[in-house]
Design a protein around this ligand. Sequence first.
Ligand code: HEC
Length: 273
Amino acid sequence: MTPLIVALALAATLVGAETVDLSDPELIAEGSVQFAQSCAVGYCHGSAGRSARGPALRDRVWDPRELHRITADGLPGTSMPGWKSVLPDKAVWAVTAYVLSLSSEPPSGVAAIMELGSSEGPSERAPLSEAAVQGKELFFDLTRERRCGVCHYLDGLGTAVGPNLALAAQSKTRQELTRDILQPQATIAYGFEQVQLQLRSGERVEGVLAEESESRIRIFDAASVPPPLRSVAKRDVVRQRTRKRSSMPDDFDKVYAADEIASIVAYLSETGR
Ligand code: HEC
């Protein structure tokens, strides 16, 4: 039997159960987007799973279920968080499929068919309070250039210039979140220290490092909001340094009224509960 027929036969025996195929290019593509947004940020696992601060994921051999379990539950006592309260199970499998696609032995055929679990995803959360609904509108308000969503990813929307706020929302108090918004310089999220490039032309570029290869540096330029992604050749860089500074604007107290800040914080904190 060809792998396809085996897979179909297997799928037929799992009547009623929803399955994913870890060798499906569409699932892998979905996982690569999720990976870039949630796992490569903060240099945890680096781009395309090449090592950054966290362990390298590339070119390793994994048991798919074990990798899924670690992605879903995290590793207690380490900085690897569990994603199952943030992402639906299908998205956790998509990330798993993507990491497996980088490994030296990606699963194929029947070995790639997995049954979707019933782990809770964001859709099963309690409904947001009225304040949090208002906060969500402000967070993604398309009429404001300085909306949070131009830099942050949350609840399946937004951009990954700054940290994915799901983890901060889960682990921080409302007071800490308020301080993060009004005084970004007070604490800097791990891996998001500002990078400063002094260019041969005399120009200085400051912002959030997106990616670094042997010859180029890609950086979100914090001089404007939304920050454009710039690509700079390394040979044009005279000096590169990392500073304990935030690239988040520090004038949100002038952009939003106090009750608006409170509703944005309500949105963050209810999303993380
Ligand atoms: C121009 C991009 C930009 C905008 C706009 C922006 N942020 Fe940020 N934000 C960042 C960056 C970069 C960091 C990481 C550095 C730091 O911790 O300050 C950050 C950090 C944070 C943190 C701390 C996250 C952590 O993991 O500790 C919170 C909370 C936060 N932002 C909330 C918001 C909210 C709410 C808004 C809208 C009112 C917003 N940000 C608008 C760029 C931005």
